[in-house]
Design a protein around this ligand. Sequence first.
Ligand SMILES: Cc1ncc(COP(=O)(O)O)c(C=O)c1O
Length: 376
Amino acid sequence: MNQRIWLSSPHLSGNEMKYIDDAFQKNWITSIGDNINGFEEDLKTYLGNNHQVIALNSCTSALHLALVMLDVNKDDEVICQSMTFSASANPIVYQGAKPIFIDSEPETWNICPIALEKAIKDRIVKGKIPKAIITVHLYGMPYKIDEVHAVADKYNIPIIEDAAEALGSSYKGKKVGTFGHFGTISFNGNKIITTSGGGVLVCQTQEDKDKTVFLATQARDNAPHYQHSNIGYNYRMSNIVAGIGRGQMEVLNHRVKARRAMHEFYLEVFNEIEGVTVFTEPSSDFYSNHWLSAILIDEKITGKTREELRLAFLEDYIESRPLWKPMHLQPIFADSPYYGGNVAEELFEKGLCLPSGSNLTDVDRLRIKAVIDKTF
Ligand SMILES: Cc1ncc(COP(=O)(O)O)c(C=O)c1O
């Protein structure tokens, strides 16, 4: 039987154990220590622009804390890109606030600035200014940052940039995750680099960093006994896990290069197949890490559906996945307001994510190509 080819699996550098051993040697088996400081410093240097980084136990926690930091409370409204993973939206509900979902535009598949402005105007007419906007860089593709931020600035609404999938991507030469009031990045097992599970919150000031660390470590007031004036969370990253992150940071540039090479591979494979489009940057302003390569299949031209290709891959133990099912189509968010047309819905119907790991081999690529050639 052929070995399974995964969509995106962990790809270790081999240096992770050095940092984990260090944590053991020093007995910092807790949520403080050199690995946490080192991992935060590595990311701070990588992201640039003097941003601050807080290591947490997941990107979902980072999104939640961003909402807490922006004082999002019960019955507030928070705008969120519909075409995303549920973790972008769930923290809105953790705060008792109400998600308002927005359609995508067809070029970057991310939040549509026109639908965004329509939504803001309508929510204001209905009596509430949205408290925050959660934008997403889907599969690593930067959203239309200039256009989206111009709308947000016009109405003075802070942006939380969900860059969970986009470490290594940039827009006009600046790393994503550093454009919003807050940015968040994920290091779960399927991301471009991993800590097994983990995330960071990116912020602009030391003051915001200190407050986030305080909230993430149970919000203990400065007293010899346990004193609490705020609700806290247990969201800090462990010093052992951060050691994996330090080992992974050493190879991040190689991982970006390899994912982008997978994208090039698919461009070549589908070049001759009419009716299949490979998800690609709309202009040189956009630089995607191509965390996941994805395609749209036009059934009218190809005579094939994304489901047929997915099942053909499955038969050869190759994993592929439909694009995220938009949040406004999810049962859990059936009652949430939605603004836009059917761009996200169509992407979901036609789109498939393809094996994209930085650890795929030439033999894997031959197997992938054989299934594609056979199907079309
Ligand atoms: C767009 C997006 N947001 C948020 C998350 C949540 O990240 P985590 O698993 O680190 O909580 C993920 C991935 O898991 C994601 O893809």
